[in-house]
Design a protein. Structure first.
Length: 111
């Protein structure tokens, strides 16, 4: 398989490497609060998936076949794009919780 096909996934991997350490180092507890994490991510994932499926089907949006794995889900959305919908919000939540931890910001959800 052409290494270029891993471009999108590689970028997502770098994003994960850049933020997953926050969970351990700062004890953000994002990954152990699974229900909360899923609840915060499910709606955006579904909305963006539907949006991309519509855009791909309408010809408004395309993906370079040389830069994606080639696995497409219903609606023509590449698996790489779905991983994007999962990884980027996770990275954002981890980063927000890390900043909250360091700065001592309260959100009203503390035990």
């Amino acid at each position: 398989m052409d290494p270029g096909r891993w471009s999108y996934v590689a970028v997502l991997g770098f994003v994960l490497i850049g933020c997953l350490w926050l969970e351990l180092a700062l004890r953000t507890r994002v990954l152990v609060r699974t229900r909360r994490l899923l609840a915060s991510m499910i709606v955006p994932v579904l909305v963006f998936y539907a949006w991309d499926a519509y855009a791909v089907a309408s010809g408004h949006w395309t993906f370079d076949p040389d830069r994606i794995l080639g696995i497409r889900l219903p609606g023509g959305v590449p698996i790489d794009e779905v991983l994007f919908f999962l990884v980027i919000p996770l990275a954002s939540i981890l980063t927000l919780e890390a900043v909250r931890s360091v700065r001592g910001w309260k959100a009203g959800d503390e035990p």
